[in-house]
Design a protein around this ligand. Structure first.
Ligand SMILES: Nc1ncnc2c1ncn2[C@@H]1O[C@H](COP(=O)(O)OP(=O)(O)OP(=O)(O)O)[C@@H](O)[C@H]1O
Length: 349
């Protein structure tokens, strides 16, 4: 069963966005690489979906396809029930307005030659959200208040280089809000910030999530951040281009069913008692991440996996199958033996 099948159908809601069997192949010097390989995901209105995985697992590539910034090599991206790549220009433009991307580096979305006010008023006026410069300036000030850049007069006249990293990221979130998006794709949006600033920006994003009812595709390499931001949502764990585990975030964090998720949880450095209480599965067999250009046969996690069984794991690629209600994993051993094989080792006596 795919992540897509387990997510919306069970709740009887129509997803706002669906990625169905999407793949992205890049031609590189080392040969073609599957940066994203047959990924199924969906986001319901107002829902948070966290996409978690190490660097290079394909999170950004998947997010760019979700945002319509890259066309999948295979598969389909639907928004409001329509394939985005078969939309006419007008519908595609409405879709692009509805799905806003907040980059890791706010400089990517803030024009260095524009003041914050110019950055915020340009899309408002261009898309006719408000009429006239005065109304646009007032709305820009409102948006700055929403992202805690207060009093707004102190920020409207500033250029991006005159803001701190946290303020720049807030301004870039305000820009994403100009067109009343239905989904915000936050791609490692807080990873470049210092810890205390990261927490306050995350808290601000959480307030927007709750107050505006906007959906989030929240991308992070850090399960602790997914836990914080996406507790009431779902989490998909990616490894080398594929989803290896999917389910409600509390289940993923408290009772993972894939050895890679287990390893990610064990690797969280913070002494978070909720996360570390279940720590214990032996260490990975290898810390080296295989190259996408030369993927190992069968399960691509097998060279690192503590549950590896020769002849089983190095044969065919495991499918994502439901292990517990609403929670699926792509692991031959867990599919056969159940998730109890991931129980922590008993403490040494
Ligand atoms: N335009 C491109 N051409 C060739 N290879 C690419 C391109 N974009 C991404 N890749 C490769 O695709 C793989 C997945 O990259 P992607 O950025 O999606 O991963 P990620 O999980 O977001 O990692 P990170 O957190 O480091 O950004 C990587 O091996 C990357 O080098």
């Amino acid at each position: 069963m795919s992540a897509m099948e387990t997510a919306p159908a069970a709740e009887g809601r129509t997803p706002l966005m669906t990625l169905a069997g999407v793949s992205q192949v890049f031609d590189t010097k080392a040969g073609p690489i599957h940066a994203v390989n047959q990924v199924d995901l969906s986001i319901n209105p107002g829902e948070v979906l966290c996409l978690v995985g190490e660097s290079g697992s394909g999170k950004t590539t998947a997010a760019r396809m979700a945002a319509g910034l890259a066309k999948p090599t295979n598969g389909q991206v639907d928004f409001d029930g329509t394939d985005i790549w078969s939309m006419n220009r007008r519908d595609f433009s409405t879709f692009r307005r509805s799905v806003q991307y907040v980059h890791q580096d706010p400089y990517a979305s803030l024009n260095p030659t524009r003041t914050v006010q110019q950055t915020l008023t340009a899309p408002l006026l261009k898309h006719g959200v408000v009429k006239g410069g005065k109304a646009a300036a007032a709305r820009a000030a409102e948006l700055l208040t929403k992202v805690d850049l207060t009093p707004p007069e102190n920020f409207l006249t500033k250029y991006p280089h005159q803001l701190s990293g946290g303020q720049r990221q807030r301004a870039s979130v305000a820009r994403a809000l100009t067109l009343d998006p239905k989904i915000i794709i936050a791609d490692e949006s807080t990873s470049m910030l210092d810890v205390s600033i990261r927490i306050s920006v995350l808290a601000m994003l959480g307030r927007l999530r709750d107050d505006l009812g906007v959906g989030f595709l929240f991308i992070t390499h850090d399960l602790a951040i997914a836990k914080y931001f996406g507790w009431h949502g779902k989490t998909a764990v990616m490894y080398l281009g594929r989803i290896v585990e999917f389910g409600p975030t509390p289940k993923i964090i408290n009772a993972p069913t894939h050895p890679y998720t287990r390893a990610l949880i064990d690797a969280i450095p913070e002494p978070d008692p909720d996360l570390t209480k279940t720590k214990g599965l032996g260490s990975l067999r290898s810390l080296e991440i295989p190259s996408l250009a030369h993927l190992p046969p069968g399960c691509s996690f097998h060279p690192r996996c503590p549950l590896f069984e020769g002849g089983l794991c190095d044969g065919v690629v495991p499918e994502l199958v439901e292990i517990r209600s609403g929670q699926s994993a792509a692991c031959h051993v867990v599919a056969r033996d159940g998730a109890d094989v991931l129980r922590p080792d008993p403490p040494a006596t």
